[in-house]
Design a protein around this ligand. Sequence first.
Ligand SMILES: NCc1[nH]cc(CCC(=O)O)c1CC(=O)O
Length: 322
Amino acid sequence: MTAPLRLGTRGSALAMAQSGQIAEALTTATGREVELVEVVTAGDRSSAPVHRLGVGVFVSALRDALAARTIDFAVHSYKDLPTAAAPGLHIAAVPTRQDPRDALVAKGGRTLAELPPGAVVGTGALRRIAQLHALGMQLEVTPIRGNVDTRLGRVLGPDADLDAVVLARAGLARLGRTDVITETLDPMLMLPAPAQGALAVECRVDDPDLVELLAVLDHAPSRAAVTAERALLATLEAGCTAPVAAYGELAEGDAGEEIYLRGAVISPDGTRDLRLSRTGTPADAAEIGKALAAELLELGADSILGQDGHAGPGTQQFGSTE
Ligand SMILES: NCc1[nH]cc(CCC(=O)O)c1CC(=O)O
């Protein structure tokens, strides 16, 4: 009898749902039993805005538990991972990615285009705030945070005080709540966060048997797309909350499989909106991301990122956007 593998997870409904789904997939694929071990993170204990805390707070307690060997592996929302590599740890799998687009949940079943001037839209991420302002619709954007149910309650609950919220479709899908979505937002308007909708399955480098076991969950196209998006983010050296968006899509092109990467850097007030794209082969995913970031920098991305909304030096270690 082998002992069950210990999967460390945050206690939020979303974290429990995605950890449970990965545990089940691993057991199905390998026959190994998996036990969920709850880890409380500083991010769960605080109610400060995420762009102040840095989303790294959600990650570090899980990584500490890995280092302390109280858990064997962890499942992260990939977009919450800092771009800096974690010494001693390895992303053993990037499972098949969920739909990476953002979703609108609005009162009265409204779509984005149906929101009247002055409508109050809640979202926590500067990337979304910036892109909502860039639409020029006179939306009033208000920062919110909290778990998915709390956010939905601001629109759908008895004390609803917002006209709409924007959140990741993937989070709603993992919780079985896509029914509340009134519009899945076209990436032409709302380019997703780098790695949104993807998970990262992480374990210790010094656990080679587990590295090999977890690899059954890896989905190469999802990994390539996320690699390109995160290389763009890392090259821009955008702090934890910078309004950077990136979306890599894989498709069959004339010369075989191709990756089509779009990137955007938007000022928080939406008045400056740089968007570019680039194609290449999935094997060059990281280079494509770096090259696209370099082009964005050439066009002044750094001056946009230097405006308020940039995380500042205190939170530079956190590489994720939201
Ligand atoms: N920043 C919070 C966060 N981190 C991961 C998800 C779920 C979507 C995903 O897995 O990418 C969410 C919620 C959201 O952005 O609405």
